[in-house]
Design a protein around this ligand. Structure first.
Ligand code: UT7
Length: 332
């Protein structure tokens, strides 16, 4: 028997209707459309509005569409992993809530927390279950309602983030497609530069933590930027070297969408021209765990069977990584 690999056999995604443009943000904080566009590449982002709607709301939309697109009965799914930094609740896992709502009754499900690299961590983990022959249908979700942890009085962070969800189906193949390799890293000492101060077990919520605005994303932007540029480019270059990939062998770079300048630096290090780089940051901003599946969904019609994709991310933790994926079907 040939070696099993985990092939992506379908992709679906969802963004909420409500759009927050740079011009809208000009009315809320001291910023400008010009500054945001030049420094980040973002023009607008989608925001989930509605009482009681959490990350699962968007993920359920994506998973239901994925089941339909791949003609999968919910009962066939064996494992659901949801990468999220903004779970519906501290516990239970948002993956459980999603699976239940989608009628996925014969699976186990759990969340994965690796901030912006979560989707890559989850994809890599899920692919191991497939490659060992343990499971045949696994759903990997990347979803975040970042607007729930953003301080809309802080111009340094509120301009960056948006809400969204995406999901892929993984199935085994003996052909030359699927997840080939991944380089994943973390460095816990980086937590000081990017975190949420309160709400966890170290600093549970109190009136004081709320008054001090500690339930929001805290980011030292320039420091994170420096690490992101260096590490995302390094790991993307490493995955090319390890797999003997030349720039001409790569069809697409699928980068986490945190800042257009970080994406450009990564593409440059890999020797890739702009037309091989998936960009959605202008439309969605940084949706944390959802950026990579949103890219795959938006570019799906351009993807061809056998295309070599390099997925790359950097985020809070610090966490970062690159994953080499051979696309398994014609997008059209
Ligand atoms: O996805 C997870 C990982 N996160 C990232 O990868 C994000 C990495 N960081 C970044 O993308 C960038 O650092 C930011 C977009 C967050 C900020 O851009 P920057 O070019 O690094 O700006 P900065 O923080 O160094 O600030 C430069 C100036 C400051 O003013 P002074 O001190 O030079 O007068 C800021 O106060 O820009 C000011 N500034 C703004 N001005 C207008 C910061 N935010 C804004 C704003 N509008 N929204």
């Amino acid at each position: 028997m040939n070696k099993l690999r985990a092939a992506v056999t379908g992709i679906a995604a969802y963004v909420p209707e409500e759009v927050l443009t740079n011009k809208d943000l000009e009315k809320i904080v001291d910023t400008s459309d010009e500054w945001i566009t030049a420094r980040t590449g973002i023009q607008e982002r989608h925001i989930l509005k509605g009482e009681g709607l959490g990350t699962s709301h968007m993920a359920i939309e994506a998973v239901n569409e994925l089941l339909q697109k791949t003609q999968t009965a919910p009962e066939e799914v064996e494992l659901v992993i949801c990468a999220t930094t903004t779970p519906d609740m501290v516990f239970p896992a948002t993956a459980n809530i999603i699976a239940d709502a989608c009628g996925i009754k014969n699976a186990f499900s759990y969340d994965m927390q690796a901030a912006c690299s979560g989707f890559l961590y989850a994809l890599s983990t899920a692919s191991q279950f497939i490659a060992t022959g343990t499971y045949k249908k696994v759903i990997v979700i990347g979803a975040d309602k970042m607007s729930s942890i953003i301080d809309y009085t802080d111009r340094a962070t509120c301009i960056i983030f948006g809400d969204g969800a995406g999901a892929v189906m993984l199935e085994p193949t003996e052909e030359d497609f699927g997840v080939v390799d991944a380089v994943l890293q973390s460095d816990g000492s980086g937590w000081v530069h990017l975190h949420q101060k309160a709400g966890g077990s170290r600093r549970p919520p109190t009136t004081e933590t709320v008054q001090h605005r500690e339930h929001y994303v805290y980011q030292e932007g320039a420091v994170v930027f420096k690490y992101a540029v260096q590490n995302m480019a390094q790991v993307s270059h490493e995955i090319m070297e390890r797999n003997h990939l030349q720039p001409e062998d790569i069809a697409w770079l699928v980068p986490h969408q945190a800042n257009k300048r970080i994406i450009d630096a990564t593409a440059q290090r890999m020797g890739l021209p702009d037309e091989k780089v998936m960009i959605t940051i202008d439309k969605y901003g940084n949706t944390t765990n959802a950026t990579i599946p949103l890219c795959l969904r938006d570019y799906e019609s351009k993807l061809k069977k056998g295309d070599n994709l390099v997925l790359a991310a950097f985020g809070g933790g610090f966490t970062w990584g690159a994953l080499y994926l051979k696309w398994a079907y014609d997008g059209k």
